[in-house]
Design a protein around this ligand. Structure first.
Ligand code: ATP
Ligand code: MG
Length: 344
């Protein structure tokens, strides 16, 4: 098996213990990796006035993948500084245009829905759209004030995220739901629908459905089992994936990947949760989201067997009732239980 080099950025708060736990689990899974850890975090910022060194991006470029715990500690460093100094530059430099999040219930986990048999892969456009930052304000502070936020959708950007989504649907259950609001937003979203229709011709084996974002929110709650792959713009994907995290039992189980499908630069894997300053240093962070993100990383690297072993170990542990009730088991207890399954 090829050995892959992983850059670890444990970051802040609970990012540190969940990254450490995830790497113990990866080691026990039989994965073939080497790791190098970087202390880039809010602590690093307070010492160096930067979130990472000037050549940080170039350093990371040499790795096969990046695993990130969580970054941010708003009481000490504004999010605008920590996000814009580390997370966003990495996503941008390595063109990680597909943000993917699996939403399904692990056995034994109590979600808020009566339906439990869903398995959804949400794909969010990660580089443009509503979060392009284009716009501005005029006549500030007067009664004539106007604020404009312009969404930017490029053909290249829309085509590549939709193509990625079609490919994912093809490799799963063959169903793709494309989410817009093209009845109300008549330029960008109509364009998105047009590109969807064009690509659909290239993928006759994929069944495509279009939904508006409001209807999709309702569907994820009422009929999540009807969905396979869901693709959406930056803003809509952001909203849908928080809904997805909620229906799968919360942030303790929400995993994510920022993918560069061309593989010309490393992709980055991270639990969805933040640094959770309120519970940092208490030993109670649920590491399952980090384990799941690590399994996604191994899968992306082609290390399918260890990836599957980690998922199966997590499923057994959750099925045994460990780590499923918030606050009942600590980080160490959950990690030990998963390690025990991997050593069996
Ligand atoms: P960010 O701005 O980085 O998203 P946030 O302030 O929204 O951070 P999160 O860290 O995302 O906070 O999580 C919100 C709350 O959920 C936390 O404060 C914590 O109480 C709880 N939480 C999050 N992740 C976990 C976890 N893995 N295990 C247990 N509780 C968690
Ligand atoms: Mg948050």
């Amino acid at each position: 098996m090829t050995q892959h080099r992983i850059a670890l950025i444990p970051g802040d708060g609970i990012g540190v213990p969940v990254t450490e736990a995830a790497m113990r689990v990866v080691a026990a899974s039989g994965a073939s990796i080497t790791t190098q850890s970087f202390p880039w975090s809010c602590d690093y910022y307070l010492e160096h006035s930067r979130m990472m060194p000037v050549d940080g991006i170039e350093t990371l470029r040499g790795f096969d993948a990046i695993f990130l715990g969580a970054v941010g500690w708003p009481a000490r460093v504004p999010d605008s500084v920590s996000l814009h100094g580390l997370l966003l530059p990495i996503r941008k430099a390595f063109v990680q245009y597909a943000n993917i999040r699996p939403h399904r219930l692990l056995p034994g986990v109590q979600g808020p829905l009566r339906k439990t048999d869903f398995d959804i892969l949400c794909i969010r456009e990660n580089t443009e759209g509503e979060y392009s930052g284009a716009g501005g304000r005029v006549h500030q502070g007067t009664s004539d004030e106007v604020a404009v936020e312009t969404s930017v959708f490029t053909r290249a950007g829309v085509e590549r995220i939709l193509r990625f989504a079609f490919d994912q649907a093809k490799s799963r259950r063959g169903k793709l739901a494309s989410v817009t609001k093209s009845n109300a937003q008549r330029h960008s979203m109509v364009f998105w629908d047009e590109v969807t229709d064009e690509l659909a011709k290239e993928y006759p084996e994929v069944e495509v459905s279009r939904y508006h974002i409001d209807a999709m929110c309702a569907r994820m709650v009422m009929a999540p089992e009807s969905l396979d792959v869901v693709v959406a713009s930056n803003l809509f994907g952001d909203i849908l994936t928080d809904l997805g995290a909620a229906i799968q039992g919360g942030l303790g189980f929400a995993a994510s990947a920022n993918i560069n499908p061309t593989r010309e630069a490393p992709s980055m894997f991270e639990p969805v949760h933040g640094s959770a300053p309120d519970i940092a240093d208490q030993g109670i962070a649920n590491p399952m989201a980090a384990f799941w993100s690590a399994a996604m990383m191994l899968q992306h690297l082609g290390q399918d067997i260890p990836a599957t072993r980690i998922m199966q170990a997590m499923e057994t542990v959750c099925g045994n009732g460990v780590g499923v009730v918030p606050g009942q088991h600590g980080t160490d207890e959950i990690t030990t239980a998963v390690l025990a399954q991997l050593q069996d």
